[in-house]
Design a protein around this ligand. Structure first.
Ligand code: FMN
Length: 177
């Protein structure tokens, strides 16, 4: 798919068909995520994918409020996290500037952007969710405390074709000097 069409047609999908995503597809989207740039090429993003239907449903019950639980029926889940205290820190563990671990979050977001676009190319829909219970996720998946859990991504076959939410006018967000 041509790039401009890919980025303009990708939508957050909140209704999925009852069709299983494969491990091969998950590997392909994570491999795409790995192509993203990262601070000193540190690649601190970490991914936990839940493909098993029963496990997904168990998790949906406890990690989401009802609206995100409902929106993720039939989808696979990818918990995205990053290793804290690396990106944006010097050799002595001091933050290089005021952003601190925000740079780790930045790198993860970049990788996740690549991920969701690759999913789109493969005919899959995605939903990024920031409203999730990270403590429950940490317990269920044994995510170490050294990692910050950030977004949970739903991945699956779309069962809806959402309209494109309006974007701001370019000149509202851009200043050229
Ligand atoms: C960091 C982040 C967190 C989000 N959290 C949620 C969420 O918890 N639930 C949800 O339904 N959508 C969530 N979204 C999806 C946004 O609402 C969506 O991207 C936005 O409305 C633009 O729509 P589009 O993705 O179709 O372009 C989130 C998106 C981002 C980037």
């Amino acid at each position: 798919m041509e790039y401009q069409q890919l980025i303009e047609s990708r939508r957050s999908v909140r209704k999925y068909a009852d069709r299983q995503v494969t491990e091969e597809q998950i590997r392909a989207v994570i491999r795409a995520a790995q192509e993203a740039p990262s601070w000193k090429n540190q690649q601190t993003a970490r991914y936990y994918c839940i493909l098993d239907k029963d496990k997904v449903n168990e998790m949906r019950e406890v990690i989401f409020p009802s609206f995100n639980k409902q929106r993720t029926e039939n989808a696979a889940l990818i918990v995205t996290a990053f290793e804290k205290g690396n990106v944006g820190f010097d050799d002595k563990g001091q933050p290089v500037n005021e952003i601190g671990d925000g740079w780790g979050c930045y790198d993860l977001g970049l990788q996740n952007a690549y991920l969701i676009l690759k999913a789109k190319e493969l005919g899959l829909g995605t939903l990024i969710m920031g409203i999730r219970d990270s403590a429950e996720i940490r317990k269920i998946l044994s995510v170490p405390d050294s990692q910050e859990i950030v977004a949970v991504l739903a991945v699956g076959y779309p069962d809806e074709s959402p309209a494109r939410p309006k974007r701001r006018e370019l000149d509202d967000i851009l200043r050229i000097y």
